[in-house]
Design a protein around this ligand. Structure first.
Ligand SMILES: CC(C)(COP(=O)(O)OP(=O)(O)OC[C@H]1O[C@@H](n2cnc3c(N)ncnc32)[C@H](O)[C@@H]1OP(=O)(O)O)[C@@H](O)C(=O)NCCC(=O)NCCS
Length: 235
């Protein structure tokens, strides 16, 4: 990570997206007609994404304290739905998780975005891209908001930006959102953004308190976004 100015990073993002499109025009056509994926490390990934009201940025060393305070404040609403939110974490534990998230971001294994209100730099939650399968390529988006920041459309705005990032920068073919069907605020996000409900997996996992629960699978495809083919092309 570096300490480039906001303007420089915006320029970096625009340039890297342009480079991506140019590279995409030379997408890997394998002579034998076998689908060929790009090396994800060749994809230039911005460490900040700007939306109308938000800055989504890669984790940085030292973020643990602020994220820890937000998790502690939000535990009551998180623990109903998030498996990891079972107890108050220490700042050292959150910092260690942030450092791991930074390494995963650099390794293209998992993109977690610490998200802030643009005008006041208040940390409001984390949307993340995970379970990435580069062989398709496809991924899932997950999210949580800091208590007190619900009901303003902020996570929908962040997820919309990450859908664009997933299809246009990472070249994904499929983006999924999986949720407990009883989590109405969570399932409202893919519905609002035009995802199709593909099915409900019954007794697919356990809730944070250990009872069995279903999982609704929502998906959005590159085709439905009317984008051109991405990483690899079958000849
Ligand atoms: C899931 C979660 C992020 C959803 O939060 P949210 O505030 O409902 O989502 P958004 O930020 O997109 O806001 C949508 C709300 O803002 C309203 N809104 C206001 N302005 C809006 C705008 N410009 N665009 C969209 N919605 C807007 C919507 O009507 C909606 O409110 P409503 O449900 O009362 O109708 C939040 O409930 C949460 O963190 N839950 C705990 C963790 C969790 O469950 N994560 C998901 C696990 S699968």
């Amino acid at each position: 990570m570096n300490s480039l100015s906001t303007e420089m990073l915006q320029t970096t993002f625009i340039l890297s997206f342009g480079d991506y499109l140019m590279a995409n025009d030379r997408a890997p056509l394998s002579g034998d007609g076998i689908y060929k994926t790009r090396d994800p490390h060749d994809i230039e990934v911005p460490d900040e994404i700007f939306t109308e009201r938000l800055i989504l940025r890669a984790p940085r060393a030292g973020d643990g304290t602020e994220v820890n305070h937000a998790v502690c404040e939000s535990l009551d609403h998180l623990k109903q739905w998030m498996e990891w939110a079972t107890r108050v974490p220490s700042i050292a534990e959150t910092e260690a998780l942030q450092n791991q998230a930074l390494r995963d971001f650099m390794d293209r294994r998992h993109f977690s975005f610490n998200t802030y209100i643009r005008t006041e730099r208040t940390f409001i939650g984390i949307p993340a891209l995970y379970n990435i399968d580069w062989s398709v390529p496809k991924l899932e988006i997950g999210y949580w908001l800091r208590a007190g920041w619900e009901g303003r459309g902020l996570m929908t705005e962040a997820v919309r930006a990450l859908i664009d990032f997933a299809f246009n920068t990472l070249g994904m073919e499929r983006v999924e959102i999986r949720s407990d069907p009883r989590n109405a605020r969570s399932t409202a996000i893919p519905k609002r953004l035009g995802f199709a409900l593909e099915g409900v997996l019954r007794n697919e996992r356990r809730t944070p308190v250990g009872t069995l629960r279903d999982t609704a699978v929502y998906a959005l495809l590159r085709d439905s976004m009317k984008l051109r083919p991405a990483n690899g092309v079958s000849a």
